[in-house]
Design a protein around this ligand. Structure first.
Ligand code: PMP
Length: 427
């Protein structure tokens, strides 16, 4: 293949993409290859991928075992309408019922996370016969009209054009200015107030069990239990958006398990297909009955995607990736916590979904600018890491779960060196 190179790609993006389209890095690499936890650019430079395409590639890039199953399925039957009978889709639905928490058993297959959240929201309306939604500030749920409307991160919203009616935001249980407990109490009080005044109009609350784009925000352990109890009083459903957190990412198969609570609807996407688009919204027998029209998606759960997802689940189980995420996540977290730098304010998250909150010790540079410099320097040293947060000043570590201890050690050594270099510049 002839590679046109990063400059030509940026020029074409600027010409043919929508103007607001963004990319990371001042000098972004052109990624042309991937193998498990590694990425390669057009100059054959190797990078250790600590972002996994925002928690998509849990099983690694071009995982040979999964690719083999995908290709075999491509050779057999690539696609037919999902209304016809095919085997991978039902086997996948059955396997998911085995691993989902509580009585969650029935699955509707879609293609993207946004579409699955949209479906979950329609289902909540059908079941409760009410219309309104509660969402958390700092949450992100997709790019369709309704999922954007419940997204609580200003930079992702097209504010003037979204649905406002019957959508209520409450503050997430996190604030840089107070303790987690205080922030939780405030959030619960706001929830209680909204439920008391609007409960008759509300059908569901959407929650990411750890906010990803919002800055790797994990809630106090009993927050979601208290939320669920309040919601139940008003017949309002809890939708767990596990699009970013699902399938082992946080050291449990699903992140909601950390909170000992079972949602009414669970939404998954990203890692389920390990790069092949597939998403789900799933619920109990009782709630599923409310979806009272025959309905299917053109591509949702097609044989190739469903067979790939089965292979992904098999790979996760066979290689103990959930446990690996838990153990290596603890190891990485400890190593990050041990870095002594005035630029690090907090390390948070769990499993292999960790965030480092960057702070600026100087008024001449913002924490977001420092974050960008760290990303660029780490990339030059061969490590792809992510960034997110409301102020774009949280470094995100969400590597493929197949990452090794040696990769972590090497990354942390580089991170320490980069932080040292930058503190020298700004302190
Ligand atoms: N929910 C969450 C938590 C997400 O992180 C994302 C994507 N970043 C979405 C929903 C939307 O998923 P998709 O881009 O596949 O539509």
């Amino acid at each position: 293949m002839h590679y046109i190179g990063p400059d030509a790609i940026i020029t074409k993006r600027q010409e043919y993409f929508f103007p607001a389209t963004a990319h990371f890095y001042k000098e972004p690499p052109q990624i042309v290859g991937g193998s498990m936890q590694y990425l390669f650019d057009h100059n054959n430079k190797k990078y250790v991928d600590f972002f996994a395409g925002v928690s998509v590639m849990n099983c690694g890039h071009s995982n040979p075992q999964i690719l083999k199953d995908t290709i075999e399925q491509l050779n057999n039957i690539q696609h037919t309408t999902t209304v016809y009978l095919t085997q991978p889709m039902v086997e996948l639905a059955q396997r998911l019922a085995e691993i989902f928490p509580g009585d969650i058993k029935r699955t509707f297959f879609c293609v993207t996370g946004s579409e699955a959240n949209e479906g979950a929201m329609a289902l909540a309306r059908l079941y409760t016969k009410k219309n309104g939604f509660i969402a958390l500030t700092g949450g992100l749920h997709g790019r369709t009209h309704l999922t954007l409307s419940v997204t609580g991160i200003p930079m992702w919203r097209l504010d003037d054009h979204l649905v406002k009616e019957n959508i209520f935001f409450i503050e997430r249980p996190y604030s840089a200015d107070s303790s987690y407990e205080e922030a939780m109490d405030k959030s619960l009080q706001q929830l209680d107030a909204v439920l008391k005044s609007q409960g008759n109009e509300l059908c569901a609350m959407l929650v990411e069990p750890i906010q990803g784009n919002g800055g790797i925000i994990m809630y106090p352990k009993n927050y979601l239990k208290k939320v669920k109890t309040l919601l139940e009083v008003h017949n309002v459903l809890l939708i767990a958006d596990e699009v970013q957190t699902g399938y082992g990412r946080t050291g449990k198969m699903f992140c909601i398990e950390h909170y000992d609570v079972v949602p009414d609807i669970i939404v998954t996407a990203k890692a389920l297909g390990n790069g092949i688009p597939i998403s789900t919204f799933s619920t109990t027998d009782e709630i599923a009955k409310a979806y009272n029209r025959p309905s299917a998606s053109t591509f949702g759960g097609n044989p190739v995607a469903a067979q790939t997802a089965l292979s992904v689940l098999h790979y996760i189980e066979e290689n103990n990736l959930v446990q690996r995420s838990n153990e290596l996540g603890k190891y990485l977290k400890q190593k990050l916590e041990q870095i002594a730098s005035p630029l690090i304010q907090e390390v948070r998250g769990c499993g292999l979904m960790l965030g480092v909150q960057i702070q600026s010790p100087s008024s001449s540079v913002t924490s977001a600018e420092i974050t960008d410099i760290i990303l660029e320097e780490m990339k030059d040293r061969g490590f792809i890491i992510g960034k997110n947060g409301l102020n774009r000043d949280v470094i995100a570590f969400q590597p493929p779960l197949v990452i090794s201890k040696e990769d972590i050690d090497a990354m942390v050594v580089s991170m320490e060196a980069v932080l040292e270099q930058i503190s020298f510049l700004y302190v």
